[in-house]
Every structure is written in C-alpha cells, then in structure tokens.
Design a protein around this ligand. Structure first.
Ligand code: URP
Ligand code: ZN
Ligand code: ZN
Length: 458
C-alpha cells in the first residue's frame, strides 16, 4: 500500500519539523515538505497533529502463566489495547521454566503470539536455570533474535537466580552481544520481612510495600551493577521504582559504567497511598517493586529529564479482580502486576510534555527510540526516516480523555489510573504502513503482527 501523511509536524528524538511522510511497501520512503502524492496513494491528513514513531513497550507480560492462573490479556487483547494507545511494537517476557530449556519457552511464547498479535513483537528470555547447556542456549536464543535476558534477584522460591548465575549470564552476554535485564530486589531479605509481617497478623495489601523497602531495591541495583562491571557487560535495570535505586544508577553513570534503566508510569504517578486504600482495594496496586511514598516520584521524573533513566515501559501484567482475590487475608498471595499497555503514551505525554517536565523529543526518545536502540530494533523501529518500518502514531495534542475501565480496551476490570484526565492521544496508528487504529476504531487483524528478530549489540 502507498500512503502519504500530509500537513503534520514530524517529531523524532532529535527534532520536530513540518514534513510529509511517504509510505511504500510497509516502509517510510521519504520524509520532506511538499511531497507530491503518487496516483495510487491514500492521503492521511495530519493537520494540527504530531507524526511520531509508534510507541515501543519493552516490558510486557501477555498471557503470562502464574501458578494456576494467567495474566488476563493475551496477545490478541493486549496488542489491540496497545495499538489503541499508540504502541506499535512490544517486547514480551518469555519465561524459561526451571528444569526446561530456553528453546521450550521460546516455542511456547511464539505459539501464544502467532495468530493473535496485531502489532509486531519480540521476546526477552527470563533465565531461571543454567543447568546443562544453559549458557550455550543463550547463544542459540541470540541467533533466534532474542537478544536480551532477564534475571530475577527476587522471588527465591520461583524465579530468583544466585549471584554466581548472574555473573555467568552477564559474562556470556558480554561475549554474545546480548543485554541482561535485571529485576533488582533482594528477595531473601524481603521473604523474611513478609513472613514476619504475616506472623504478626499484618495481612493487608499495604504490607506488600512495607515488606519491600526501597533499600532492598537499591542494594540489588548496586549488586547487579557491580557484577556487571566485573563481567565487563552492560546491564539494564527494569522497573526502577525509587530514588534510592536511581541514586545507585546515577553513581554508576558518574564512573562511566554502561548501565541503562527503565521506569514505568505507575512509579511516576501513583504511590503507596493507593496500596493503603480501604478494604481490599489496595490489591489492585500490588505490583513489584511496590509503589513508593507519595512525593518521591519527583526523583524519577528528574531521572528521565537528566538521562539517568532511558526508557519508560509499562510492565503490563494485568490480573482481574477475582484473580487479585486469591490474596485476601494474605498479601503475599495477591498476584503481582497491573495493567498499563494502553495508557503509557497518554500518561507520559500529559504528565511529562504538557506539564513541562519533558520536551516532545525526550518523549519520543523515552517511549520509542531509546527502547528500539537498546533492544536491537533501531532504525527499523523507533524512527521516522526513509527505510524504517512505517510504524507511526499520528498524535492529537488537543484530544482530551478520561482513563477508566469502562472505556479501555485491556481485558481487565479495573484501571490503575481510573479517572485520570489526560490531554493528548493517538488519533491514527499505522503498523508497517497499514492503518490499524483510526479515530477510536480498530482496523487491524489478529495475527498480522510479525515476530521481530532483534539484533545483538555491535
Ligand atoms: O508485579 C510485577 N511487576 N509483575 C510482573 C513480573 C515482574 O516482576 O516484572
Ligand atoms: Zn520484574
Ligand atoms: Zn515485569
């Protein structure tokens, strides 16, 4: 299909200029003012709009198994909701089961996505077990385009790996060009605090936060960076939630260590006060690391502005309220995670750009270009330039919305951001040149999304 986006302001991580965008064969063919429309071109008028690279969400958990349940959005509902919000590519976390091969997880997640995803997608691999051929299996995954691995320093009973394994994975990553993502929280200490709280009859959702203090995150961030430096590997810290953790990252940057980090809208906009809502309502806000003290979000906004945090992702991991109910009477049994895949761009635009905390170029960098670059998708994705995939969001800065479960498209019966008013929303969303969302109508098809083989670092 040939299309011409006319009269908009093209915004990249570098600049903003009035220009037209010509799309041919799924890719951007030309970007400049005054392009003549080819005879067969569909014309898309973007007067008064920003034309930006589609959002890239590098932290999602669709259809994620957790004990006997699964996260409530699968690849069909989750990617459709993502598209409504202006996100055109995700990188989801596949999990290697203990005792199984990474290849099994890659195959299982591929089956979950195929035929369902309506936007392009890739996978990270969560490594839980290095027994046998684990390190060689990492190399095999890199050849499949899985060029990032996640390690958990929390959840000793299920996902955590020890420091020796962290070192071995980072050492291998330094050689095969992959990037190690770390969930940095001191799991064993947290488990003792949680057991103690339960023994004292402290069972409400708010104890999720009170037993996972910011220092448990900062300590693990420090340790993971130190291990990465010993291994000579870069490291990417996922879902940074606290100023204490960010301080460790800032110190690493001051000594020139290759440390990258993401935060998420919930840590920028919500607080432990939400977890402390009366009754069991706080269960909606049980996600990990936990929400922090109100007023402390300002440190994370400063981290985005100053470049110590490079990415805003969602950690979209929704559970319905009946699933959250599993933890009534025991906060440790509340499924960890919340929804957000649809709202990331709106929230960061409104609270970042509209409130003068971020420029529009920083916005594009944080939600699209930096994640594409760090995870081996750039310049195919995350860019408005000749040769890049025509993954484009046409953004209406004047559109006003109220976020809520009654109108969102995520398959979950609550919103973390219920009642939040935002100005700025995706009007038209293109994935490889095809209009998949226009004026609130979904035009994409399940299964049209393609697996993205991501490149290793050069
Ligand atoms: O609570 C969360 N974040 N659930 C998803 C798993 C993880 O730790 O990222
Ligand atoms: Zn995590
Ligand atoms: Zn996660």
């Amino acid at each position: 299909m040939t299309a011409l986006i006319r009269n908009g302001t093209v915004v990249t991580a570098r600049d903003a200029r009035a220009a037209d965008v010509l799309i041919e064969n799924e890719r951007i063919a030309e970007v400049r003012p005054g392009i003549q429309a080819p005879a067969n071109a569909a014309i898309i008028d973007a007067s008064g709009m920003y034309v930006m690279p589609g959002g890239i969400d590098v932290h999602t958990h669709l259809d994620m198994p957790l004990g006997d349940i699964r996260s409530s959005d699968d690849f069909e509902t989750g990617t459709r909701a993502a598209a409504f919000g202006g996100t055109t590519c995700i990188v989801d976390y596949a999990t290697q089961a203990r005792g199984a091969r990474m290849r099994d997880a890659f195959d299982a997640w591929s089956r979950m996505a195929e035929g369902k995803a309506s936007i392009d997608y890739g996978f990270h691999m969560i490594v839980t077990d290095l027994a046998g051929s684990g390190l060689a299996d990492m190399d095999a995954m890199v050849r499949e385009g899985v060029t990032s691995f996640k390690l958990f320093m929390a959840y000793p009973r299920s996902l955590m790996v020890d420091d020796g394994a962290i070192f071995r994975v980072m050492d291998r990553a330094a050689r095969n060009g992959s990037l190690v993502c770390v969930h940095a929280e001191n799991g064993p200490v947290i488990d003792v605090l949680a057991e103690r709280a339960l023994a004292e009859g402290k069972t409400a959702p708010v104890y999720h936060a009170l037993t996972r203090p910011p220092l448990a995150e900062a300590e693990a961030v420090h340790r993971s960076i130190a291990i990465a430096e010993i291994a000579g590997a870069p490291v990417y810290i996922v879902h940074v939630s606290s100023g204490d953790a960010l301080d460790e990252i800032r110190r690493a940057h001051a000594r020139g260590a290759p440390v990258f980090a993401e935060t998420c809208p919930q840590y920028l906009l919500l607080s432990v006060d939400d977890l402390a809502r009366p009754g069991f309502e706080g269960a909606k806000y049980v996600l990990t690391p936990p929400l922090r003290a109100n007023g402390r979000q300002v440190a994370l906004w400063a981290g985005l502005r100053d470049g110590d945090l490079q990415v805003v992702a969602t950690d979209h991991c929704p559970f319905r309220l009946d699933q959250k109910d599993l933890g009534r009477g025991d906060f440790t049994k509340i499924p960890n995670g919340g929804p957000g895949i649809e709202n990331r761009l709106q929230l960061i635009w409104h609270h970042g750009v509209n409130r003068g905390r971020l420029t529009i170029n920083q916005f594009v960098e944080l939600v699209s270009t930096a994640p594409a670059r760090l995870f081996g998708l750039h310049p195919k994705k995350g860019e408005i330039a000749a040769g890049s995939d025509a993954d484009i969001v046409i953004w209406d800065p004047a559109a006003e919305r109220v976020i809520g479960a009654a109108t969102h498209h995520m398959r979950v019966d609550y919103s973390l951001f219920e009642g939040f008013q935002v100005k700025g929303a995706a009007r038209t969303v293109l994935s490889r040149g095809e209009v998949i969302v226009d004026a609130g109508v979904f035009l994409g098809k399940p299964g049209r999304g393609r697996y993205q083989k991501r490149a290793p670092r050069r």
